[in-house]
Structures are given as C-alpha cells and as structure tokens.
Design a protein around this ligand. Structure first.
Ligand SMILES: Nc1ncnc2c1ncn2[C@@H]1O[C@H](COP(=O)(O)OP(=O)(O)OP(=O)(O)O)[C@@H](O)[C@H]1O
Length: 255
C-alpha cells in the first residue's frame, strides 16, 4: 500500500549574507495512514524548513511530495485550498495563528464554514463536539482566546486542526512552550486523538523525550539530512547515528 505521505529527495538552500546555506539535502520520509512519525534534531538541522515546505509556506529547490496519492507540490488555487483541509497544522504559539480578540467558538467555526464541513445549523453542535474531543467544556466556545491559559489555547489549536477531518496533522514544536505538567496532558491528548480518530501525525521537536512519548517511528535530522529512521523504542534504546546518540544523551534519566 502506498504511504499517506511521501517526501522524496527534498532539497532547499538559502542565501544568507552572501553565503549559501544548505537547509535540506535530499530529505526523504514516508508516513503511513494513522502513523505518528517523530522528527527530531538539534536546532538548525532543518526541521522547520521541511515543515514549511510540506505546508506549502515555502518552495523547495528539488524533490517531490505525494500526499493522499496526489502530487502535493504542484497543487494550486482552489484545488490546493480544498486539499489543505486534509493536512492541518499546530504550531508552537497558537496566539500567532488566532485572532486573539476572537472567541473560541469563532476560531472553531471558521474552518467548519470555510471548508463546508457542517451546515450552519449543525455548526454549534460540531463546535461542542470538537471541544469535548480536546477535553474542554462546551461553554468555552464563548470565551475569548486571550483569556485562556497556554495549554487551553493549544487544545483549541488542536480542535481547530481536527475540525476539517484531516488525515495528517503537522505539529511543529507544538508543546515546546508549555510547562512540563501541561505538556504531558497535551501529549496524552494527542495520543488519544490519534488512536480514536486514526489521524497520522508528523510530530516535530528538538526534544527526544517529547517525540518518544507520542511517536511510532522516529526520524533524526542533522545538518539538513535524515541520518536515522526507525521504530521509536529502537532509536532511543540503540541510537545508530552521532546525532541520535547526542539527543539520547541529553535526556539520560528517562530511559
Ligand atoms: N530564511 C532563511 N534564510 C537563511 N537561512 C535560513 C532561513 N531559514 C532557515 N535557514 C537556515 O537553514 C538551516 C535550517 O534551519 P531550520 O529553521 O529549518 O532548522 P530547525 O531544525 O527547525 O531549527 P530550530 O529548531 O532552531 O527551529 C539553518 O542553518 C538556518 O539558519
């Protein structure tokens, strides 16, 4: 069976102060339907560049991406907008993605309306269900986003991401700004959602402990390349690359 997502030989360079920086060098990865792939690497290894290319926020120099059987990088206009419903994202700072003056109900109503997920009279019920999925009471729909805690905002960001019934969530440092207890709860929520709804996830973080908590497989990036891929437990217990060994050594007490 072909994977849900396949990233094939993606390369990207930047020119910075007259110097050429190779951010990605022939990166290839695949994610099966319902699978969580953790993408981990030190700062500057190329993780965010890859996620921006995947989300069509940045173009690449070479390579191809297939998503749900389509050539993802050549999709344009209305076709791309339609297909975006199937690949949603959660970033580190949800306030940057929301209108902070909006209330939670509006934040969740937008994707339901824009992508035609639910008719007008069904949308309030759909919003209540989304809030329930992420562990928030239905009355939170009336609260302004800016009045929520960081963890609650990230729950709303996750609810918004799953509103369009995606097959893939891209989570880029999605729990990095949260304190340890809240982070643990959000990770539990993501694992539960992934199990209940079978959504595949690309979970990007510099923190191996966080990636290990949610991922089936882990890919390790270093200097713009994927240097190791394997089952999460194997990569953590027996890292093969220098980069993976360094990441494991950074969290020694966990295993
Ligand atoms: N717009 C840009 N202009 C110039 N260089 C860039 C640009 N964006 C990224 N880079 C460089 O590309 C490389 C990869 O950066 P990237 O942000 O993808 O890494 P990262 O693994 O996500 O790091 P971090 O965890 O710190 O965000 C780095 O050397 C970075 O300096």
């Amino acid at each position: 069976m072909s994977p849900l997502l396949s990233i094939e030989n993606i390369s990207k360079g930047f020119s910075s102060s007259g110097r050429r920086v190779v951010a990605l060098d022939k990166v290839s990865l695949a994610i099966a339907a319902g699978e969580t792939l953790g993408l981990v690497g030190a700062s500057g290894s190329g993780k965010s560049t890859l996620s921006r290319i995947l989300l069509r926020l940045l173009s690449c120099d070479a390579g191809a991406i297939r998503f749900e059987g389509e050539d993802w990088l050549t999709l344009k206009g209305a076709a791309l907008r339609r297909r975006r419903a199937r690949m949603q994202m959660v970033f580190q700072d949800p306030l940057a993605a929301f209108n902070p003056l909006a209330n939670v109900g509006t934040v969740l109503d937008d994707p339901l309306r824009i992508h035609g997920v639910a008719s007008k009279h069904r949308r309030a019920g759909e919003i209540a269900t989304l809030l329930e999925h992420v562990g928030l009471p239905a009355e939170y729909a009336c609260r302004p986003v800016r009045a929520l805690s960081g963890g609650q905002r990230q729950r709303v960001a996750i609810a918004r991401a799953i509103a369009t019934r995606p097959s893939l969530l891209v989570l880029d440092e999605a729990v990095s700004a949260l304190d340890v207890t809240v982070r643990g709860r959000i990770l539990e929520l993501l694992v539960d959602l992934q199990k209940q709804q079978g959504i595949a996830c690309l979970f990007i973080s510099h923190d191996l402990a966080v990636v290990r908590a949610v991922s089936h497989r882990i890919a390790v990036m270093d200097g713009g390349r994927v240097v190791e891929t394997g089952p999460a437990a194997t990569v953590v217990a027996a890292p093969q690359s220098e980069a993976a060994r360094a990441l494991v050594a950074a969290v020694p007490r966990l295993w």
